[in-house]
Design a protein around this ligand. Structure first.
Ligand code: ADP
Length: 319
């Protein structure tokens, strides 16, 4: 069974102990491990697949705690570096009463930003079948160079490249810079997943339709996915396109739904790339991935809410 290597940031989210408050009003915070690439790696292993996380953590209590969480979840940790000088990144995150997520990041700089090309475990990256990444690691040097090198090494080794931009506007110098840099590596990816919000941001159009999605198509792309929260997901390939409905759930915290969806999808594709050419198979996989996303919204936090294969199968059966 093939290895999925997920590259990027892992950090601690501090989430308010009560919901629906602003960061300033929050009476206290609970620490929750986060970072989209790390969530994806754990999503894969929870479902029974093989994964590794590549990135840098602070050589501090939080960094070692995060590495421990990866190991407990059977994610390979031999691509992790620890920085002696910088701290593990922190993010304070709240879901305000108006439904908007508010982020406040502590990275000045944080350890993840200090990953260098020399830090990379190239052997691990070359042994992957799928190499997955976001865009936060593109924002500043030296991590940016490490990201570009890791992508190049993975591509040369014949890995399938999977990209989820995971837009976090507050981290970028400007929206224009975010759009430009996110799109600068666009045509290297074999698989791309965007959310509805990212689709609007990247295309500059307020329409979420086939035309706007297809404006993001590039000739070497094998699969483009647009996730639509409670409206499920849409897929585009060279030969077919369509949508798969979401499952109906009572969502309490949508954090990690997209990562759960991606982990599920990659876990299937890594062992059967014919999914990318067979619409019936792809629809079956997206149903499974939508179920994973839906389940993840029913519990607080991202990592604690990621399902096992058995959880997903029984959820689908009872739906
Ligand atoms: P992201 O976290 O990247 O914004 P989404 O929120 O669109 O991604 O979630 C990914 C997938 O998870 C969706 O395509 C959908 O299948 C499922 N999902 C997310 N939110 C809900 C919800 N409220 N109800 C049912 N399914 C959901």
């Amino acid at each position: 069974e093939g290895l999925i290597v997920s590259f990027g940031e892992m950090l601690i989210d501090f989430v308010p102990t009560v919901s629906g408050v602003s960061l300033a009003e929050a009476p206290g915070f609970l620490k929750a491990p986060g970072g989209a690439p790390a969530n994806v790696a754990i999503a894969v292993s929870r479902l029974g697949g093989k994964s590794a996380f590549v990135g840098k953590l602070g050589d501090d209590e939080f960094g070692h705690m995060l590495a421990g969480i990866l190991k407990e979840n059977n994610v390979r940790a031999d691509g992790i570096n620890f920085d002696k000088g910088a701290r593990t990144a922190l993010a304070f995150v709240t879901l305000r009463a108006d439904g908007e997520r508010e982020f406040m990041f502590y990275r000045n700089p944080s350890a993840d930003m200090l990953l260098t090309p020399e830090d990379l475990n190239l052997e691990l990256i070359r042994s992957a079948k799928v190499f997955h990444y976001g865009s936060i690691s593109l924002i500043v040097e030296p991590c940016r160079s490490a990201h570009l090198k890791a992508m190049e090494v993975a591509k040369d080794a014949g890995c399938l490249l999977s990209y989820d931009p995971n837009l976090r506007l507050p981290l970028w110098p400007s929206p224009e810079e975010a759009r430009k840099q996110i799109l600068s590596i666009w045509d290297k990816a074999d698989l791309i997943k965007v959310s509805d919000v990212e689709l609007e941001f990247l295309t500059g159009s307020d329409k979420i339709d086939d035309a706007s999605a297809l404006s993001l198509w590039h000739p070497n792309l094998k699969l483009l996915l647009v996730t639509l929260g409670e409206n499920g997901s849409r897929y585009y390939t060279k030969n077919f396109k369509g949508s798969v409905d979401a499952f109906h759930v009572n969502a309490v915290d949508t954090t990690g739904a997209g990562d759960s969806f991606v982990g599920a999808l990659l876990g299937k594709i890594v062992d059967d790339q014919s999914i990318l050419e067979d619409e019936a198979k792809l629809r079956e996989v997206l149903k499974f991935a939508n179920a994973c996303g839906a389940i993840t919204t029913t519990k607080k936090g991202a990592i604690p809410a990621l399902p096992s294969e058995a959880d997903v199968l029984s959820f689908i059966k009872n739906a």
